[in-house]
Design a protein around this ligand. Structure first.
Ligand code: GDP
Ligand code: GDP
Length: 477
């Protein structure tokens, strides 16, 4: 089993107004534009993907805190900060160069000195200040050398993040694992593996795709959703008893918990979000729901199975998780669970309501299921397979070009000023999600409605259900 590594989590902590959200936006901005199209999803968004060179990471803005009561301020601050620290790999503690050290900074510093996480002290708003003068007084926080940065201008930010990430890289290699790296073969599986009876399981061998990219045939699946929607129930229904091949416990905090299983001749790696442990025949979640683990699992998988509860309203938390799936471009299947015990009038009303609220996920197949009774689960898994196949579809240049030219002939792109965009050919630029690169002239003139028209054409022609599809235009003039 190849161990899947999660993206490292960088938490931004500090009192209100030091510049956490400014820094967060700078770190994640390449992605922010993508979500902006889906109104309502960006509100309260404190998690985002960042990238520094070849190093992707997840940034967490711990947010401001609402002082509930006078003496509740520090308590609430401590609670939020502590939770963010516990779930992160490295902490960036922001302070304000212009305001100087204050009591809240000391309070947070005291907390941070007690944690085992590596902390970087970032003295923000330092643009235009003399070298050394911005940081001088912050040594007293006892958190090592302060870094002068400007979140709004960008000075010092890349250097700081690079240091934090390369520290993590070093730590992953040099530090002993917090738990010994182990691979557990479960009882039945051990027997099966040892007797060589694994023929039905597709080999994990990495075949070379058309593009030269390695293709992993095992479907990496993440089952996500807010607490109590029925994730563990579905996992137990899916895993049954004998199908589990191996259960990989994490070697370090950044290793995913993975469960390999097989169903209907297809191999899956379930990337767990809740710290599943096995107790007798059933799997139990030992940890509480964690947004960060959910995001990491979404990042690490190929296909997301988003679970919703038919018996409760769609919540902001559901929308946030869905929004993150959209940002990452993962294939997606939606399961509306707890469909049992509803009468036909309720079913009709609930289905309509979910379809309306989830219109922004129109590429995803939606299923109504009962994880508890196992109803609808086979159809659900068929959609997972189809979504995976669509995400990794091989789209040949001649077929793409033929479809492109047919689409253009039927409905030419509108002119923009004196320019008439001219599309010449299309090729595939990536997978999971499929990226179609269209070459031609004056393509900057193509507006969103026409892009959507092309997307719909490609989707229909190549039967790409269950995966987002990205289109990029490349003009030669
Ligand atoms: P948060 O409450 O910690 O998230 O802080 P914000 O990111 O909302 O920033 C608080 C204020 O500081 C805003 O008015 C920002 O424009 C300002 N700010 C943030 N970063 C910088 C910086 O690098 N330099 C300056 N001069 N102002 C900044
Ligand atoms: P998780 O927190 O998402 O892992 O949710 P659980 O799997 O622990 O389920 C939460 C509760 O919902 C438990 O009491 C389950 O028995 C119940 N539940 C799960 N799936 C179904 C279902 O399909 N129908 C009904 N009626 N209850 C379900």
């Amino acid at each position: 089993m190849n161990q899947i590594a999660f993206k490292p989590v960088v938490a931004l902590v500090g009192r209100a107004n030091v510049g956490k959200s400014t820094l967060f936006n700078r770190l994640t901005r390449s992605r922010a534009a993508l979500v902006a199209d889906f109104s309502g999803l960006t509100r309260d968004r404190h998690y985002g993907e960042g990238r520094m060179g070849d190093h992707p990471f997840i940034a967490v803005d711990t947010g401001g805190f609402e002082p509930v009561a006078k003496d509740g301020i520090l308590l609430e601050m401590a609670r939020q900060t502590q939770q963010a620290i516990a779930e992160s790999d490295v902490v960036i503690f922001l302070v304000d160069a212009r305001a100087g050290v204050n009591a809240h900074d000391h309070e947070i510093a005291r907390l941070l000195r007690r944690t085992s996480r590596r902390v970087y002290l970032a003295v923000n708003k330092a643009e235009g200040m003399r070298f050394g003068s911005a940081t001088a007084e912050f040594h007293e926080l006892g958190l090592g050398e302060p870094y002068a940065i400007s979140a709004s201008h960008g000075d010092g930010v890349a250097d700081l993040i690079e240091r934090a990430l390369s520290y993590l890289d070093g730590a992953a290699q040099a530090e002993p694992a917090e738990q010994p790296a182990q691979q557990f073969d479960l009882d039945e599986a051990t027997h099966r593996v040892h007797s060589g009876d694994t023929a039905a399981v597709p080999n994990e061998s990495e075949a070379s795709g058309e593009s030269g990219e390695p293709v992993n045939h095992r479907i990496k699946l993440a089952i996500v959703g807010r607490p109590n929607v029925g994730k563990s129930t579905l996992i137990n229904t899916l895993l049954g008893e004998e199908r589990v091949i191996a259960f990989n416990l994490p070697g370090t905090t950044r290793d995913a918990i993975e469960i390999d299983f097989e169903r209907g001749g297809v191999g899956y790696t379930l990337i767990d979000t809740a710290g599943l442990r096995r107790r007798g025949k059933v799997f139990e979640a030992v940890e509480k729901f964690s947004v960060i683990k959910t995001l990491q699992a979404i990042e690490a998988c190929n296909v997301v199975l988003l679970m919703l509860d038919a018996q409760t309203e769609i919540s902001d938390q559901d929308a946030h998780i869905a929004g993150f799936v959209l940002e990452t471009g993962r294939a997606l299947v939606v399961a509306i669970n707890k469909w049992d015990g509803l009468d036909s009038e309720q079913r009709e009303r609930i289905q309509r309501e979910f379809e309306r609220k989830l219109r922004f996920l129109s590429f995803a197949t939606m299923h109504t299921v009962s994880a508890l009774k196992g109803q609808g689960v086979n159809a659900l898994i068929k959609s997972v397979n189809a979504a995976h196949a669509a995400a990794f579809a091989k789209l040949s240049t001649p077929k793409l070009t033929r479809e492109l030219l047919a689409a253009v002939e039927q409905q030419p792109p509108p002119r923009k000023g004196i320019f008439r965009p001219k599309m010449r050919y299309a090729h595939q630029g990536g997978q999971n999600p499929p990226l179609i690169v269209i070459h031609g002239n004056a393509l900057d003139a193509i507006a969103d409605p026409y892009r959507r028209y092309l997307e719909a054409r490609f989707r229909a022609a190549f039967k790409l259900a269950g995966t987002p599809l990205r289109i990029e235009f490349k003009s030669s003039h």
